[in-house]
Design a protein around this ligand. Structure first.
Ligand code: BGC
Length: 826
């Protein structure tokens, strides 16, 4: 297989300097080349999941999880194990903080000594980690080390922005570095398994776990998934500073109905393969050692007992050799789901469907041995699960080095380069939503005339504040200044006045009048509003997406003072703030920026950093628009030319796909983000007007891929007076296909003051879309604005290519077939 070739023509003059600002508004040009290698993958949609498949597959070998040389050792241990000891390797408990119903067990030490536990998680205290490990290695009969896991989601000690924020950088390379730092720090206390990345596609902002996602796009989600895996696992998993990654939640969890956590999902096989599976496939191809099955039921079959996804797709189609762990108690939850009449059946169904390890429910511990003895479960299936667990433990080097060196933590935590990285990522994650003029020029960056600022709002820098602490960071880091402290450093202590105004959600202790007075006494009011960290993430679905509590009232009261207002929104999801969009001149979406929130925000507001984050989720105007995502199908009645801001008045304005009380479009679209400078895009040029089916099919067969390369070029100019970084986005839409296709992101490139040559554009593959008829491609590039350039590539020559896809689609094993098998099984 050949990766897309990249050809970049550049004018070496810069669009932006990496450091500082260059003066002058003279347009500087950079010619971008986008190369789309078309359909090189051999499996429908597989390549979409796999932006860097060759590199990833190498990564998979290097990480050693499927290293065949381990097998002799694995088999040797397996042969000496009793059935109970085998089952023990498939059992995992949380020995720390609970995030769901538990078994009430606390007798971990006895169980470990008897070889009844394979993994523990939520143990975050090094001496305790060591204590449990000593019992496993010294007291259990076979001396098999434990594998310690934890949800290390966006850093361990050094906290990076939440994943939604990290994805807003559109820079997988940064995410890879952040994940490496997380591994370095967490492994220093003995954590060698992180339950991350969460690669669920998130299209509905009501779902709190959108915060943990990379957003709504499968291409970007795949690139991020692979980056997390590479960062956590490194080139060699047995290095002491790595963790095995766990891509979760397999699969479809992001589509929970009405955005309500743990809810049901209905996803057609087409949509599953086109949108929800690709990021998992990317993680697998990047060498992810483990996957986690999801809570949700998928088309009537809970994901934790779903043989179609867990065995057919994951094992047979993708060849995944790693370990599958259930989600918290999700084996036990097969009973309330209704597909298991009792606990033993739940254990049997989960194991047979493909879940190797039981997280927390204890049903494998309670029932598996008996199920094997009764013949309901073949021992060979248990053996297979044990092999997968042992392979991961061997690959991590746990048999050789089971104990963590307690001194390592000091050398791993909060390294200066880690803190610098956290700051860089936090800065690039910030999305400037609006920056309107106040007194003739944009409000941001903060003018030198501003001497005194009021910082108003319930999102506080005080760690003891039970509400929105520290802008999303749970542990303060001495030496890293908070946002108000950074402001005070620049403006002087007396020139930064704080007022909370209202609580995040509570109406009590309301002091709006005091906040208004504080605003009146300042040159500029900065409002820090939004959600506290516990309002997003797991079990944090919302049915309203506005500012919680009385924050809207606070905002309106401060705006009414007539003082210029900058609104910083902290949240794990987009918030519906139409009033603010209309009345507040400057709005910054900060997500939850982590440890470096203070410097990152201050540097951005003062213009030392130019915001370059772009939305990875469509930002709704109102909650009724959800689920809202850019890559939705067009419908047969797109309201293209209808003015949706006006109510329908006649047949043409009414009988189109629209709301009668809201415009269809998001408040801010996917890919959007403003800047302190401006960019202009030239006409997108493509190097051929037709893609020949012969070339495409040769590419499919791994031959002559270069001739199936489409080059799209756009000239991008920085037309403003400041340096900046633009994220250029390439969208492709197939037209004339028999299955409707949405506009889809195919490439992204962050452009800064350097040439494209040598950058990573070549690691991204063209995302094939299913279709079975000759088609057109509408190619559009988009930068920070909604401007698009389109060019159609059409032609009957594409016929055989799409015919091939049809054939493959038809031969896809049907979900319904898998379901009927399940129904037949007792
Ligand atoms: C979550 C998982 C998490 C697990 C362990 C579950 O409730 O859904 O994402 O990894 O708990 O903490």
């Amino acid at each position: 297989m050949q990766l897309p070739v990249r050809r970049a023509t550049t004018d070496s003059s810069l669009i932006a300097g990496d450091r500082g600002y260059s003066a002058g508004s003279q347009a500087r040009r950079l010619v971008l080349s986008f190369l789309c290698a078309v359909l090189i993958s051999s499996t429908l949609s597989a390549h979409a999941a796999n932006p860097s498949s060759t590199a990833s597959q190498q990564g998979s070998r290097e990480t050693g999880v499927i290293d065949p040389s381990l097998d002799a050792r694995v088999e040797s241990i397996l042969r000496s194990m009793t059935l109970e000891e085998k089952v023990g390797q498939l059992v995992q408990y949380s020995a720390g903080q609970a995030t769901g119903p538990g078994t009430g067990r606390t007798d971990y030490e006895d169980m470990i000594a008897r070889g009844q536990i394979g993994s523990l998680f939520n143990v975050v205290d090094t001496p305790l980690v060591k204590q449990y490990q000593h019992i496993a290695v010294e007291k259990s009969r076979l001396h098999i080390p434990l594998l310690f896991g934890l949800d290390v989601i966006h850093g361990f000690r050094t906290e990076f922005p939440i994943p939604l924020g990290m994805a807003s950088t559109w820079e997988p390379a940064l995410v890879e570095k952040a994940s490496h730092v997380a591994a370095l720090e967490a492994s220093a206390i003995g954590i060698r398994w992180t339950f991350s990345p969460m690669v669920d596609i998130a299209r509905d902002a009501r779902w709190g776990r959108m915060a943990e996602s990379a957003g709504e796009d499968p291409y970007l989600g795949s690139a991020m998934a692979a980056a997390y895996v590479r960062g956590y696992q490194g080139p060699h998993l047995d290095a002491p500073d790595t963790m095995s990654a766990c891509a979760k939640h397999f699969v479809g969890y992001g589509a929970v109905e009405a955005g309500r956590d743990y809810n049901t999902t209905e996803i057609s096989e087409h949509t599953l393969r086109e949108f929800y599976l690709p990021p998992f496939h990317a993680a697998v191809n990047a060498g992810a050692a483990t996957l986690m099955s999801a809570f949700n039921s998928l088309n009537g079959v809970p994901a934790t007992a779903n043989p179609f996804t867990l065995t057919q797709v994951l094992r047979k189609e993708w060849g995944f050799k790693g370990l599958v762990v259930s989600d918290w108690n999700s084996v036990g939850e097969l009973v309330p789901h209704g597909i298991a009449a009792d606990d033993a059946t739940a254990a049997r169904k989960a194991l047979l469907a493909g879940v190797d390890m039981d997280m927390v429910s204890s049903l494998y511990h309670d029932h598996l041995a008996q199920l094997v003895r009764s013949g309901a479960v073949p021992e060979a299936r248990v053996d297979e699960g044990v092999r997968r667990v042992l392979r991961v433990k061997f690959a991590l080097g746990l048999f050789e080095h089971p104990y963590v060196d307690e001194g390592r933590a000091q050398q791993a935590f909060f390294l200066p380069e880690s803190l610098q990285l956290a700051q860089t990522i936090a800065e690039r994650s910030l999305v400037l939503l609006k920056n309107a003029p106040a007194d003739g020029k944009p409000l941001l960056p903060i003018s030198k005339d501003v001497k005194k600022v009021a910082v108003i709002g319930p999102i506080a820098d005080n760690p003891s504040d039970p509400e929105g602490t520290l802008f999303g960071s749970t542990a303060p880091k001495s030496g890293v200044l908070s946002f108000p402290a950074e402001l005070a450093r620049r403006l002087g202590e007396n020139n930064v006045i704080r007022a909370k105004g209202v609580g995040v959600t509570k109406a009590s202790n309301e002091r709006i009048a005091e906040a208004v007075a504080v605003a009146r006494g300042a040159d500029l009011a900065i409002l820090t509003l939004g959600e506290s960290p516990d309002m997003s993430g797991e079990a944090a679905s919302r049915s309203n997406l506005g500012l919680p509590g009385r924050q809207q009232q606070l905002l309106e009261a401060v705006v009414a003072t007539g003082k210029p207002v900058v609104l910083i929104l902290f949240s794990g999801r987009p918030l519906t703030v139409p009033w603010a969009v209309e009345h507040v001149p400057a709005i910054l979406a900060a997500w939850l920026p982590g440890t470096a929130a203070g410097p990152a925000l201050a540097r951005t507001l003062f213009g030392e950093s130019n915001p370059s984050g772009r939305l990875v989720v469509s930002w709704p105007r109102s909650v009724g628009q959800e689920p809202l995502y850019y890559n939705a199908l067009n419908t047969g009645r797109p309201p293209d030319t209808v003015d949706l801001t006006q109510p329908p008045r006649d047949v043409p304005t009414r009988y189109v796909s629209r709301y009668i009380d809201e415009v269809n479009s998001p408040q801010f679209p996917f890919g959007y983000g403003a800047s302190y400078t401006t960019y202009s895009y030239g006409q997108t040029q493509v190097n051929k007007s037709q893609l020949s089916a012969a070339d495409l099919n040769q590419g499919l067969n791994g031959k002559g891929a270069a001739s199936a390369v489409l080059i799209a070029e756009a000239e991008v100019s920085n037309t403003g007076s400041r340096a900046g970084e633009e994220i250029v986005q390439l969208y492709v839409r197939l037209q004339g296909t028999s299955t409707a296709q949405p506009r889809a992101l195919e490439r992204q490139q962050r452009v800064r003051g350097r040439t494209i040559q040598g950058d990573r554009l070549d690691q991204s593959g063209f995302r094939p879309r299913s279709g079975d008829r000759p088609g057109n491609r509408a190619i559009g590039s988009r930068g920070k604005s909604r401007r698009r350039r389109k060019k159609n590539i059409s032609g009957p020559k594409a016929r055989s290519h799409f015919n091939r896809l049809t054939a493959r689609l038809k031969s896809c094993p049907s979900l319904f077939a898998a379901k009927s098998e399940l129904i037949r099984s007792p």
